[in-house]
Design a protein around this ligand. Sequence first.
Ligand code: MG
Length: 303
Amino acid sequence: MRLVTYRPETSAAARLGAIVDGLVVDVARLASASGHSLPDNMLDFIDVGTDAVRFASKLIEARRADWPPGVATPLSNVKLLAPIPRPRKNIFGIGLNYVEHVAESSRSLDTSKDLPKEPVIFSKPPTTVIGPGDAIEHNAKITQQLDWEVELAVIIGTRAKRVSEDDAMNYVFGYSLMIDLSARDCRRAGQWIYSKGQDTYAPFGPCIVTADEIPDPHALDLSLTVNGVVKQSSNTRHMLFKIPTLIADISKGITLEPGDIIATGTPDGVGAGRNPQEWLWPGDIVDARLQSIGELRHPVVAV
Ligand code: MG
């Protein structure tokens, strides 16, 4: 399933939807029209887990030729929000997780040229999240080095504490796209949270594709353009630490919970690694794509 969080009208409350045939299908209303019950928001739906996915899929197949009244809306008539507009806790970010990005970072930033021996983990607060089309804030009082990073995001489905690599993929609910914006001049004493944790620094969406529809998340093309010019273009197969390793490693010490998000790192082509270096400025348009997931397009605005 392709799951979204959407607002049917500007004033309405956010709801959970599934994209089917160019329509947004209201999952809770569909269940209710069929005499059943399913959550009306993404986090509660993830909490129910694979049972919810299977049941909603079954309902959709049964009614897709004949939607009950008020259940299906053309995608063009709704506003998509971030799939999880307000994560329950910080997003887990993975740094230096593509070989070429390690090399470019060591040339331009304060990181080592040696490949990390274990995942480099940082975090981004829930207030970093914005939805499709929302503005990326550029605060010139704080940064003159705002940079882009396109990434595959993993959404955890089941509570994971000390899970093995062999078992780790059973804890994944689905996948999405995230841009890990980074103010390179806001790193402090090697700490990244102020650099990567500022408001609007995690554009997220446009949907979560459930894990059953992406059998190999390590074979997805991902790319990013700024004002139409390609800056990053790679494939998730080049990840240094793959998803099972990341889940096993994090869950050794930090329990992963339903709805938690892991941004799995970015390939090369970031602004800091270019010669001369390039940064985002107000008026720029950032466009990120991830195969099987979709596209995010965001303006950069001065605040
Ligand atoms: Mg990153």
